[in-house]
Design a protein around this ligand. Structure first.
Ligand code: GDP
Ligand code: MG
Length: 311
C-alpha cells in the first residue's frame, strides 16, 4: 500500500507521462473593463458551462479552454478581481496571493488607454513574488497611434519588471498569437482536462473520471498498474445550494486489487477520494461531494465493450 504522496513533487508522474500532454491553469488578471472577457472569448475554443452557473460562489472560475495540439490552457477568472484594483483591501490581496499559488501562469492585462494604478503594480508584484511565468498584455492598442503606443509600451515594460509585454487588441485579435504561444510554452506536463472539441455529450463525466483515475494511479502505482478504471455514475447539481454531487466507482480486476485500493480501514480510497474531490472542485469552481467506491469487475480490460464505455 502506498502512502498518500502529496509531499512528493513528482507524485502523479506516472499518470501524466503516459499521455505526454501539457496542460495547466492560467489566471487572467486585470481591472474591470480592461478587456478580459473579450480576450477570453477570442482565445477560447469552447466554453465551459457548469462553472458559469454559480459565478459568485466559486473559488476559481473557468472561463474557457484553449485547446492546442498536445496542450491545453485552462483560463481562470479569479473571483474578487471584479472591483477596481486601487481599492484592493488586505483580504483581496490575500485572495490574489492564494489564487496565484494554485495556477501555473498568470496573464496580467493592462489598459493602454488609461493610466496604470497601484492595483496594477500590486498584481504584477504578486505574480513575480509567486515565481510564476507572468506575461503582460497591453490591451486596446488599436485606440493609440504609433507614437503614443511606443510611450505606453515603455511605461508598461518598466511597470512589468522582467515580464514580457505584448501589445494586443483583444477586440481585433491583434497580437494574440504571441500571447498564446508564450502561455502554451509555460504549461507543465498535465492531463487533458477537457475533451478536445467537446465532441462527447458527456465531457464532465470524462473529466471527472480522468481526475479520479489520476489520483488513484498516484496512490497505487506499483501495486495495481493500469488495472484501475473509473466509472462515473452520476453528476448532479443541487438546486438548493452550490454543490455538485458525484457518484464514482474505481473498477479493479480482483479482490486482492480491491484490498489494495481500499486500504486498511478504507484509508487509500479515502485519500484518493479526497484528493480527487479537491481537484474536481478546483476545475469546476464549485463545492463537490464525491461518493467514491471500489468495485471488482473481473478482467474488465478484456471486455472491449466495457472499456469502450469507460474511455
Ligand atoms: P472585462 O471587464 O475586463 O471583462 O472587459 P470586457 O471584455 O467586458 O471589455 C470592456 C469593454 O472594452 C468592452 O466594451 C469591449 O468591447 C472593450 N474592449 C475590449 N478589448 C478591446 C480592445 O482591444 N480594443 C478596444 N477598442 N476595445 C476593447
Ligand atoms: Mg468581464
Amino acid at each position: 500500500m502506498s502512502a498518500p504522496q502529496d509531499e512528493c513533487p513528482t507524485a502523479g508522474a506516472t499518470a501524466r507521462e503516459e499521455v505526454d500532454y501539457h496542460s495547466g491553469f492560467v489566471a487572467i488578471l486585470g481591472r474591470p473593463n480592461v478587456g478580459k472577457s473579450t480576450l477570453v472569448n477570442r482565445l477560447v475554443g469552447h466554453k465551459v458551462s457548469i462553472v458559469s452557473d454559480h459565478p459568485q460562489t466559486t473559488r476559481r472560475r473557468i472561463t474557457g479552454v484553449v485547446a492546442l495540439p498536445g496542450r491545453q490552457i485552462v483560463l481562470l477568472d479569479l473571483p474578487g478581481f471584479q472591483r477596481p484594483f486601487d481599492s484592493l483591501t488586505r483580504r483581496m490581496q490575500a485572495a490574489v496571493d492564494d489564487a496565484l499559488r494554485e495556477v501555473d501562469a498568470a496573464l496580467v492585462m493592462l489598459n493602454a488607454v488609461e493610466p496604470f494604478g497601484g492595483g496594477d503594480r500590486y498584481v504584477l508584484e504578486a505574480v513575480a513574488a509567486a515565481g510564476l511565468p507572468g506575461l503582460v498584455a497591453l490591451n486596446k492598442v488599436d485606440l493609440l497611434d504609433g507614437r503614443r503606443l511606443g510611450e505606453r509600451l515603455d511605461e508598461a515594460r518598466s511597470l512589468a519588471g522582467g515580464a514580457a509585454v505584448h501589445a494586443v487588441s483583444a477586440l481585433r485579435g491583434d497580437g494574440l498569437g504571441a500571447v498564446v504561444d508564450e502561455l502554451a510554452a509555460a504549461m507543465p506536463p498535465g492531463p487533458r482536462y477537457f475533451p478536445d472539441g467537446q465532441s462527447s455529450d458527456q465531457p464532465l463525466e470524462l473529466l471527472v473520471a480522468e481526475l479520479v483515475r489520476e489520483q488513484a494511479l498516484r496512490r497505487t502505482r506499483d501495486e495495481v498498474p493500469h488495472a484501475i478504471a473509473v466509472e462515473v455514475g452520476g453528476i448532479t447539481e443541487r438546486k438548493d445550494r452550490p454543490l455538485v454531487e458525484i457518484e464514482a466507482f474505481l473498477i479493479v480486476e480482483s479482490e486482492s486489487q480491491k484490498g489494495i485500493v481500499v486500504g486498511k480501514g478504507g484509508r487509500v480510497v479515502k485519500a484518493i477520494g479526497s484528493a480527487a474531490r479537491s481537484e474536481i472542485e478546483t476545475v469546476f469552481g464549485v463545492q463537490v461531494f464525491l461518493d467514491l467506491r471500489v468495485k471488482v469487475r473481473r478482467r474488465w480490460r478484456r471486455d472491449e465493450r466495457y472499456v469502450e464505455r469507460l474511455l
